[in-house]
Design a protein around this ligand. Structure first.
Ligand code: FAD
Length: 281
């Protein structure tokens, strides 16, 4: 096995293009589980741990924020990033244990593309774009077009996820997940809710209740209409919102939960977020 300890994005891209069976590894918290369970036998490994360009974030000229794919969750949990994106901080705090959060990255969450990945509903609700780079150039894919199925995405094998760009949004945002216990748990259902004050519109994305992360567009449009009336939300309107949110889910029954429970969990998450964000009578 060849192990390339890439020092730059360029070096990683050349290794990806030239090695016969390359596999990228960032924090290794997903990949090593696959290796330990014998589900994956790496051919060649391209480690991104020492690529400094991937392990940072910055503000773009238009005010949006670029987060490098190799930035560990622990950096998103507090500080400036957490102030700008509270939902991302809340999601980061729910990932595994401190050890997992010190090693695990958004790039790895995107690379694995599990419907239960905690970073993904946040990227969906914040309208993030994923940056993919290969030796032939860079392309930016809206998250809504990035994930195509369970553990499937549009990245080609010669492409590296360099990071995500997230537009700044002013207004309430939150992330929550339902699991069988309070910590170290994979989501049974998860949701990210964002209120964009500039357009007085909401976004709601769900995780772990469909093959991909889903946006609840009908529920969003409905609540936008309610907000446009500029009167407190009634309990009847709240009920309608949560039911529309649940109708966007396509849950399955598996070893973690039942489809019915997942649908119910979505109604609770949607209702709680609307209650936290707005005046409900
Ligand atoms: C004990 C434990 C608890 C966990 N709990 C949670 C949890 O609560 N929530 C959650 O969402 N996840 C959880 N996970 C899964 C994992 O920690 C996350 O998915 C994490 O984001 C993976 O990041 P990583 O850098 O470790 O990925 P890696 O394991 O390094 O990589 C994962 C996949 O992405 C690919 N990849 C990595 N970086 C890139 C890149 N830059 N470009 C293209 N492809 C790339 C790799 O080739 C691999 O296929 C847990 C894992 C463990 C072991």
């Amino acid at each position: 096995m060849t192990v390339v300890n890439a020092q730059s994005i360029d070096e990683a891209l050349h290794a990806l293009a030239e090695l016969p069976e390359p596999r990228l590894v960032a924090g290794g918290t997903d990949m090593m589980v696959e290796v330990n369970f014998g589900r994956h036998k790496p051919g060649d490994v391209v480690s991104l741990r020492q690529v400094r360009e991937l392990r940072s974030w910055h503000r773009n000229d238009d005010g949006s924020i670029f987060i490098g794919s190799g930035l560990p969750y622990k950096v998103m949990e507090e500080g400036e990033l957490a102030m700008m994106f509270p939902a991302l901080a809340q999601a980061a705090r729910t990932v595994g244990s401190p050890q997992i959060r010190a090693a695990g990255t958004l790039g790895g969450n995107l690379g694995t593309c599990s419907p239960a990945g905690d970073g993904l509903p946040v990227l969906a609700a914040l309208d993030a774009e994923v940056h993919l780079r290969s030796l032939s150039g860079e392309r930016r894919v809206p998250f809504s077009q990035f994930m195509t199925g369970v553990k499937k995405n549009v990245a080609r094998s010669d492409e590296l996820i360099t990071g995500v760009t997230i537009p700044m949004t002013v207004g309430f945002q939150g992330y929550a997940k339902v699991g069988v216990r309070n910590a170290m748990v994979i989501a049974i259902a998860s949701a990210c809710f964002v209120h964009d004050e500039s357009s007085n519109s909401v976004r709601l994305a769900l995780g772990a209740v469909a093959p991909t992360i889903v946006r609840c567009t009908e529920a969003e449009t409905y609540l936008d209409g309610v907000l446009a009336k500029a009167t407190p939300i009634t309990s009847h309107e709240l009920d309608r919102f949560k039911e529309l949110a649940a109708s966007a889910a396509r849950p399955i029954t598996d070893h973690r939960s039942t489809a019915d429970y997942r649908r119910h969990a979505v109604t609770i998450l949607a209702k709680r977020f609307a209650e936290r964000a707005f005046n409900v009578v």
